[in-house]
Design a protein around this ligand. Structure first.
Ligand SMILES: Nc1ncnc2c1ncn2[C@@H]1O[C@H](COP(=O)(O)OP(=O)(O)O)[C@@H](O)[C@H]1O
Ligand SMILES: [Mg+2]
Length: 505
């Protein structure tokens, strides 16, 4: 007896349909799974049998052949447990095949027959939507699946699923509560108001986020670099639904989704020992890396010089393209990776170079060697570099409250809007992403400004690349003031954000 159950799988961050075919025939009792399954699918054999028995059904003492099609994709995970178990029951006519054919199924089975959540459900749901079906998922995945606007049924056990399909139990389709999702958006439990003093750093960060300029903070231990970095997502413009779905898709595939949909901008802080695969993404069954988990949010690289040089080099392309490509025999997979980069470092190996509170113990060659660890090409993609100095104890204990994230966010959102209008139809949406031609077009400097900038760059020994960066940042500063014209003061401020170039480097 043959039965067919529809399921879905994920390749990269895209879902695709999988058909689970079950044949039960006379012969020595055995279970074979074909269709290039990996270890996890083989293991599911050992889960499905007890799960079926412990749900109160009989497991057929026959020759069972299971085929997962298409066969050429390497399938992963335990998400086919439920469709396979249902297929076995369907082949024995314990559930009506015509009813089952209206749904796609996904879910891992526990030995007692309960259904466990799986990863990648959002992209799977998108694939189900394309084939116009309904989706039966583990209850814990129901919100995530229903986000794409299809009929979703959340179930807790194999038994419940069978009762649903045989009409013994009614389950209502899951309704996603958009109001609730939107209301929890942009709620962070930290705020920029907690960062005392640091007027210059706060301003630089506002400029950086407003124009999407990547940022490097240089400062001694305890100066608040980590504290500031963690608060950067709180001043970004509110997430749009499209952005939230993009993030959720990636987090879903990575298996790190705890709520139905991601409603705040991600903040990712990989340790400096991170491997290039963990940072960029990859693996036999390709998974998104930290840079993709930071998509539409912030990637914080603390202790930048401690990162492996090769690892930092691998950031170059994604920083440029906003996505990473992973090559596989079956073709290329792309993961989106448009993130805002914040890097932090001490000014020298001991950490106290230039600090008034403590003397620095490093020699100049030591300091130069330390700073050289950061690759030039990466530095080239960081428009804003600032020094953060530690606050005195008096300032730290004062109970002054700084400006709230929300009011900073308002200015940034307005500034982003100006940029969106400027770049409509060009494929970019922020000043930082302008190419040389666009810089010429959108950042016209009068003679006075040109002269001032050329002079300053010569004194600071900055390259043509440096020129472009200063002009882009000046464009953002002008936009924050809602000024069409870039003036001297905008350029002067932008020049301040080149700390790293100036000193020692
Ligand atoms: N500007 C500040 N306002 C309030 N607290 C601060 C500030 N700077 C530092 N701190 C305090 O010092 C701690 C250490 O700061 P941290 O961000 O870890 O420094 P860094 O990353 O530069 O080593 C913070 O957790 C915070 O309690
Ligand atoms: Mg720190």
């Amino acid at each position: 007896m043959l039965a067919k159950i529809q399921s879905v799988a994920v390749w990269g961050i895209e879902g695709y349909p999988v058909s689970v075919e079950i044949d039960i025939s006379k012969g020595m009792p055995s279970v074979a799974i074909v269709g290039l399954p990996d270890q996890a699918v083989k293991e599911s054999r050992d889960r499905i049998k007890p799960a079926i028995k412990n749900s109160g059904f009989e497991f057929p003492q026959s020759k069972i052949t299971i085929n997962l099609a298409p066969a050429d994709l390497k399938k992963e995970g335990s998400c086919f447990d439920l469709p396979v178990a249902l297929g076995i029951l369907a082949a024995r006519q314990m559930i009506p095949a015509d009813v089952a054919s209206r749904f796609h199924f996904i879910g891992e089975l526990a030995l007692d027959g309960s259904v466990r959540p799986v990863s990648g459900v959002l992209p799977m749901a998108m694939s189900v939507k394309q084939s116009g079906g309904k989706f039966v998922v583990p209850k814990a995945n129901a919100t995530e699946a229903s986000v794409v606007g299809i009929e979703v049924y959340g179930i807790e056990s194999l038994k419940e699923c069978v009762e649903f399909l045989t009409g013994k139990k009614e389950i209502l389709p899951y309704n996603v509560d958009w109001d609730e999702i939107l209301s929890i958006q942009n709620k962070y439990d930290i705020d920029f108001k907690e960062v005392k003093g640091q007027t210059l750093a706060r301003r630089a960060i506002e400029v950086a986020v407003a124009g999407a300029h990547n940022l490097l903070m240089i400062g001694p231990p305890g100066s608040g670099k980590s504290m500031i970095a963690r608060r950067v997502p709180t001043i970004f413009p509110p997430l749009t639904i499209e952005e939230a779905i993009e993030i959720t898709k990636i987090h879903s595939v990575a298996g790190i989704l705890d709520e139905g949909i991601v409603s705040t901008r991600p903040f990712r802080q990989p340790h400096h020992t991170v491997s290039d695969i963990a940072l960029i993404g990859g693996g036999t069954i390709p998974k998104p890396g930290e840079i993709s988990l930071a998509h539409n949010g912030v990637l914080f690289l603390d202790e930048l010089p401690e990162f492996h040089r090769d690892v930092l080099e691998s950031l170059r392309q994604p920083l440029e393209d906003g996505k990473v490509s992973v090559s596989r025999a079956r073709g290329r997979i792309e993961f989106p990776s448009r993130f805002f980069l914040i890097a932090a470092m001490n000014p020298c190996p001991c950490g106290y170079y230039g600090d008034s509170r403590r003397p620095c113990r490093c020699t100049v060659p030591q300091i130069i060697k330390y700073r050289k660890k950061i690759s030039g090409p990466l530095l080239d993609r960081i428009d804003i570099q600032i020094e953060v100095s530690g606050l005195g104890s008096k300032q730290l204990v004062s109970d002054s409250v700084s400006e709230h994230s929300e009011s900073i966010r308002k200015r940034i959102t307005r500034c982003r809007k100006i940029q969106q209008e400027r770049f409509a139809g060009t494929g970019i949406f922020c000043n930082a992403h302008m190419n040389t031609k666009q810089i010429k077009q959108f950042c016209v400097l009068d003679d006075e400004c040109k002269k001032f900038l050329e002079n300053a760059l010569e004194k600071m020994n900055l390259s043509a690349r440096g020129y472009d960066k200063v002009v882009k940042v000046a464009r953002t500063i002008a936009d924050l003031e809602e000024s069409e014209k870039i003036s001297l003061s905008h350029i002067a401020e932008a020049l301040q954000y080149r700390s790293f170039d100036r000193e020692l480097w």
